[in-house]
Design a protein around this ligand. Structure first.
Ligand code: MN
Length: 232
């Protein structure tokens, strides 16, 4: 087969402890999946979470032990960090029951759902799609995948983010409104999941702005850390 131009290369993530990489298909994200974050965004925390997507090529892939770089994006004056546990799907399916969800998981990673909050808020106000606030170029820094067998008790892991060494977000994955299995159940009623899909599971409270020159270090216990510099 020949193409009229070179096809975009497949985005892939490193996998801890093995040479093969994880090819990314889609990037699903869950909105308001921690009660205290929903409250800080002006909601009650009792509304059900919901989904949106980022393009796969908006990920900033950070190799193991490296510091990644994210350029400060255009159009915004209020770039927010959202530290998130990311689930990597290894086996596809639709209408997956929560009790069976674990069979579909390949592993986990630490990710940042970077958000142009001013643009997102404006779109919310106007009832328009969030793409410009959430799905912009280089909006999804993410580290290596840890296979689930090596990841420990992710459902109860501490999740945290420091900016320039100061704690901004600290919680536990146990506080997810839809836990990992329930998220897979809900998501797979709306889309058929496929190997290579990623799910950003939502952020706990403490989201705030970053500026050029800031260094972000995020962790989920058992999955290592993700370090990103915000560049010019
Ligand atoms: Mn998010």
């Amino acid at each position: 087969m020949s193409f009229v131009f070179e096809p975009t290369p497949t985005v892939s993530l490193p996998v801890v402890g093995q040479p093969e990489r994880f090819p990314v298909r889609r990037v699903y994200c869950v909105g308001r999946n921690y009660e205290e974050h929903a409250k800080e965004m002006g909601f009650t925390g009792r509304e059900p979470p919901f989904f949106f997507l980022k393009p796969a090529d908006s990920l900033v892939v950070v190799e193991a032990g490296q510091t990644g770089g994210m350029p400060y994006p255009s159009l915004t004056k209020n770039l927010h960090h959202e530290i998130e546990l990311v689930v990597a799907i290894g086996v596809g399916g639709k209408n997956i029951q929560a009790a069976d969800a674990d069979k579909h998981i390949y592993g986990y990673a630490v990710g940042l759902d970077m958000t142009r909050r001013d643009l997102q808020n404006e779109m919310k106000k106007q009832g328009r799609p969030w793409c410009i606030g959430k799905a912009f170029d280089e909006s999804g820094p993410i580290g290596p995948i840890t296979r689930k067998e090596q990841a420990g008790d992710v459902n109860n892991a501490e999740i945290s983010l420091q900016v320039n060494g100061v704690d901004r977000q600290r919680s536990t994955v146990a506080k997810l409104i839809w836990n990992i299995a329930e998220t897979i159940e809900h998501l797979s009623t709306a889309w058929e999941l496929q190997p290579g899909d990623l799910i950003f599971t939502g952020t706990p409270e403490g989201v705030a702005a970053v500026v050029q020159g800031d260094q972000l270090v995020g962790q989920v216990a058992g999955l290592g850390s993700l370090t990103i510099d915000i560049q010019k």
